[in-house]
Design a protein around this ligand. Structure first.
Ligand code: NAD
Length: 504
C-alpha cells in the first residue's frame, strides 16, 4: 500500500471518533455539548462532505466557560512558574507523541498538505517548550533607585483571557497564542475557527492529560458573530488575543470597548517581496515560490506581491513560472502534494472573485486559476498575474490564496513607494546583495517584520506582528508576557524623607 493510501486509511479511523460524538465544547475538564443542543456541520474541503457536527455555542456556553476560567484563575496564577513550566513541557511531549494524528486530521480539516501540517504540529510543541522555559521569569521586573525610594517593578497575570483563532494553520496558531497565556499564569477560553474545529479538541485533551488543572483552559466552538462576539464582550475576560482578518479585528475592538478590553491582533497582510537586479535570483525565486504557494497561499506572511526590478523582470518571472507550474496540486494526504484545496467554498468564491477582478482590471493571467482536483473540492492552482499596476485591487487587497501578482519597478524610490502603498504592514522580504541598500530600504519599509535574503524563518525569541491594518502588539520572546500580564510598580521609602505638610 502506498503512503498516500495508508494516510487515507489512518485518517478514516481517526475521524471515526468525531463522526460518532461530534466536536463538543470542553469546559472545566469535561466534554459537553452546547447547552441549547445546537450544532453546525463541519465539512472537509477535499470532497465537501460532512465530517461531523460541531457544538454551536451561545452566550450561556460562553458564560459557563468564562466562569470555569475565572474560578481556576487564582490557583493557576499562584502556582510557581517552575510548576507551570513542567506542565507546559508535558503538553509539548504530548503534542510530539500525537503529532502524526494531529497532522493527518489538520490536513483533512483545512485542505493544507500533509507535508506542511507535519511541520506545523511539531512547531506547536516547540511553541509550548519555548514559553514553558519563560514561565519562571514571567513575573520578573526591574528595580530602580533614588536617594529616598526603591522601586520594584513586577508583573502579574492579567486574568482569564479569550483567544480566537483562524482556520489557516489552526493547530499551530492556537499553541502560539495559548502557550504564552498559560505560561504567564492566565486562564484561557479558546474559540477555534468554525471551518476547522478538530485539532483544537485534541490539543485541550493533550493539555489535561499532561496535568493541566480543570478549568485553566476551556474550548468553546461556534460562530464568530455568536460565540466569538459574546466572548469578547464578557466582563470577566480581561484581554482578547485574536488572529484573523483585519475587518474582524475592528469588530472585536468595538465589541470589547464597553469593557475596556485589552486587545492583541495578528491580522491580514499583502506582503511585498522586493527583488533587485543584483540579487541571487535563483535563491530569490525559490523563496518567492515557497512563500506564496506553501500553505495554499492561505498564509498571513505570504509573499503575495512580487516587486521586481524591471531589468530582470522577464528572466525572473520565467524562473518563478517554471517552478510554479511544476508544483503538484492534489489531495492533501498525498505526500507529493504541495497545494491542496482551499478551506471552504465560501473562501473559494472570494479567491475566484479576485481572479476575475484581476482580468477585468487588465492584468494578464500567466498561469493558474481554478482546477479540478481529487474529491471535487475547491482547488486553485499556483497562479501568477503579470501586467499588474500598483493601483489595481489585486495589487493592494489580501486574496489569501495561491495568487502572486507581479509589479515591476525602475528605482529604489519607486519600489519603496509601491511596497508601502497598501493598508497592510505585516511582513516584507528583500533580495539584494547591496548591504547599504538593504539597510536603507528595510528601515523605510512599513512592516513589522522584514527578512533580507530569506524566506520567513521564525526565531521564537524575536517579535512577531504587524503595523497598520496588520495588527496591534507583538508575540514572541518576552513580548507575549507584556500582553498577558499587568505591570505594577511598588515604591518603598528608604529614608524618612520630608513629606509636604498641608493643613498643619
Ligand atoms: P476571520 O477574521 O474570519 O475569523 C477568525 C476568527 O474570528 C474565527 O474563529 C471566527 O469565528 C472569529 N470571529 C469572526 N467574527 C467575529 C466576531 N464578530 N467576534 C469575535 N470573533 C469573531 O479570519 P479567517 O478567515 O478565519 O482567517 C484568515 C485571516 O486571518 C486572513 O486575513 C489572514 O491574514 C489572517 N491571519 C493573520 C495571521 C497573523 O499572524 N497576522 C496569521 C494567520 C491568519
Amino acid at each position: 500500500m502506498s503512503d498516500f493510501e495508508k494516510n487515507k486509511e489512518k485518517v478514516s479511523e481517526l475521524l471515526d471518533r468525531f463522526s460518532k460524538t461530534g466536536v463538543l465544547n470542553h469546559i472545566n475538564g469535561e466534554s459537553v455539548p452546547a447547552i441549547s443542543g445546537d450544532t453546525f456541520e463541519n465539512i472537509s474541503p477535499i470532497d465537501l462532505k460532512v465530517v461531523c457536527k460541531v457544538a454551536r455555542s451561545n452566550s450561556r456556553d460562553v458564560n459557563t466557560a468564562v466562569d470555569a476560567a475565572n474560578k481556576a484563575f487564582f490557583e493557576w496564577a499562584s502556582l510557581p512558574g517552575q510548576e507551570r513550566k513542567k506542565i507546559l513541557h508535558c503538553i509539548a511531549d504530548g503534542i510530539e507523541k500525537r503529532s502524526e494524528e494531529i497532522a493527518l486530521i489538520e490536513a483533512v480539516d483545512t485542505g493544507q498538505s500533509l507535508r506542511f501540517m507535519s511541520k506545523a504540529a511539531l512547531r506547536g510543541a516547540a511553541n509550548f517548550r519555548f514559553f514553558a522555559d519563560q514561565a519562571p521569569s514571567g513575573k520578573d521586573g526591574e528595580s530602580t533607585f533614588t536617594n529616598s525610594q526603591t522601586n520594584i517593578t513586577m508583573r502579574y497575570p492579567i486574568g482569564p483571557v479569550g483567544i480566537i483563532t483562524p482556520w489557516n494553520t489552526p493547530f499551530m496558531l492556537s499553541t502560539w497564542k495559548i502557550a504564552p497565556a498559560l505560561a504567564a499564569g492566565c486562564t484561557v477560553v479558546h474559540k477555534p475557527a468554525e471551518f476547522s474545529p478538530l485539532t483544537a479538541k485534541i490539543l485541550i485533551e493533550i493539555a489535561e492529560e499532561a496535568g493541566l488543572p480543570n478549568g485553566v483552559w476551556n474550548t468553546i466552538n461556534g460562530y464568530g458573530e455568536e460565540a466569538g462576539k459574546f466572548l469578547t464582550e464578557h466582563p470577566d475576560i480581561k484581554a482578547v488575543s485574536f488572529v484573523g482578518e483585519s475587518a474582524t479585528g475592528s469588530m472585536i475592538m468595538r465589541q470589547g470597548a464597553e469593557t475596556l478590553k485589552r486587545v492583541h491582533f495578528e491580522l491580514g497582510g499583502k506582503n511585498a517581496v522586493v527583488v533587485f537586479e543584483d540579487a541571487d535570483l535563483e535563491r530569490a525565486a525559490d523563496a518567492v515560490v515557497f512563500m506564496i504557494y506553501s500553505l495554499n497561499g492561505e498564509r498571513c506572511t505570504s509573499s503575495s506581491r512580487l516587486l521586481i526590478e524591471d531589468s530582470v523582470k522577464e528572466k525572473f518571472v520565467q524562473m518563478v513560472l517554471k517552478k510554479a507550474e511544476r508544483i503538484k496540486v492534489g489531495h492533501p494526504l498525498d505526500p507529493n502534494t504541495t497545494v491542496g484545496p482551499l478551506i471552504h467554498p465560501i473562501h473559494e468564491e472570494k479567491v475566484k472573485e479576485y481572479l476575475e477582478i484581476g482580468i477585468k482590471e487588465g492584468a494578464t493571467l500567466l498561469t493558474g486559476g481554478s482546477v479540478d482536483g481529487p474529491g471535487g473540492g475547491p482547488y486553485v492552482a499556483p497562479t501568477i498575474f503579470t501586467d499588474v499596476t500598483r493601483e489595481m485591487r489585486i495589487a493592494r487587497e489580501e486574496i489569501f490564496g495561491p495568487v502572486l501578482v507581479v509589479i515591476p519597478f525602475q528605482s529604489d524610490k519607486e519600489a519603496l513607494e509601491i511596497a508601502n502603498e497598501t493598508e497592510y504592514g505585516l511582513a516584507g522580504y528583500l533580495w539584494t546583495n547591496d548591504v547599504t541598500r538593504a539597510f536603507q530600504f528595510s528601515q523605510s519599509m512599513e512592516a513589522g517584520m522584514i527578512w533580507v535574503n530569506s524566506e520567513n524563518v521564525r526565531h521564537l525569541p524575536t517579535p512577531f506582528g504587524g503595523v497598520k491594518s496588520s495588527g496591534i502588539g507583538r508575540d514572541g520572546g518576552d513580548w507575549s508576557f507584556d500582553f498577558y500580564m499587568e505591570t505594577k510598580n511598588i515604591s518603598f521609602a528608604t529614608t524618612e524623607h520630608k513629606i509636604p505638610k498641608l493643613g498643619g
